[in-house]
Write a protein that binds this ligand. Sequence first.
Ligand SMILES: NC(=O)c1ccc[n+]([C@@H]2O[C@H](COP(=O)([O-])OP(=O)(O)OC[C@H]3O[C@@H](n4cnc5c(N)ncnc54)[C@H](O)[C@@H]3O)[C@@H](O)[C@H]2O)c1
Length: 253
Amino acid sequence: MLPGMSFSEKVVLITGGANGFGRATGARLAGEGAHVVLADIEAEAGQEAASEIGAEFIHCDVRDPEASVAAVDFAVEKFGGLDVAFLNAGISTGCGLADTFDLELYRRAMQINLDGVVFGINAAVPAMRRRGGGSIVATASLAGLTAVPFDPIYAANKHGVVGLVRSAGPVYALESIRINGICPGFADTRIIDGFKENLENEGVPIITVEAVVDGIVDLMASDESGVCHFVQAGMDPQEFRFRNIPGPRAAEA
Ligand SMILES: NC(=O)c1ccc[n+]([C@@H]2O[C@H](COP(=O)([O-])OP(=O)(O)OC[C@H]3O[C@@H](n4cnc5c(N)ncnc54)[C@H](O)[C@@H]3O)[C@@H](O)[C@H]2O)c1
């Protein structure tokens, strides 16, 4: 798929598809004629979302590599292949470091937010190879591009997603499989419920879900691979320009 091309008849798998960005992206693409499969750990909300937008639903816990394979197989069996994977399932962390560290919450956040993307790529690539190419978009965050003092574990797993897509993107582009990351700022989904009021009180603009979906869909259709697009309030979604690391210098004689 290249810019301007249609999503009509494309097969799209979306993890974290029961709510928020996943559900809204599914609705947008189903409206454009795509065959959408929503995969989520929340069965009831997922079923409801799927029937509302005209999609299929499969129960999937992205922490389990086999569940990602099963979700891809389900899409292939239903619709004959896989063109787009939106690896988007994610949670807020709920734990800090030292005295606020909780091993269980830490593992859960790393498994869902980072392992889930790794397992999703592993599962999607073989199906896309059979199709002759495809597009994978993983949901990172602005927290993957900057320091987040109030949630360093979230910053760590989202930086992980950014490093992953930047590293894998150029490699799989050789097989016409594009892998990119979307990095939204605070947007109006339930993930910010716990601190939305604080954000509003501090005058932090909250991005609409539709603005994030615009960025996601553009990136899915992009011919780039290994890039991260950020979504910031008041700006069009666009590529984040990373600085190169300094090259090595010859040792002093
Ligand atoms: N809303 C924001 O401000 C914001 C900003 C930047 C990044 N993000 C990221 O966007 C992504 C989507 O979040 P959202 O804001 O739409 O929140 P959301 O809570 O509405 O959606 C997240 C979805 O992920 C699903 N999920 C959680 N654990 C799962 C698991 N183990 N297996 C499968 N599905 C699972 C949830 O059931 C839910 O449907 C996340 O990766 C999140 O970190 C959100």
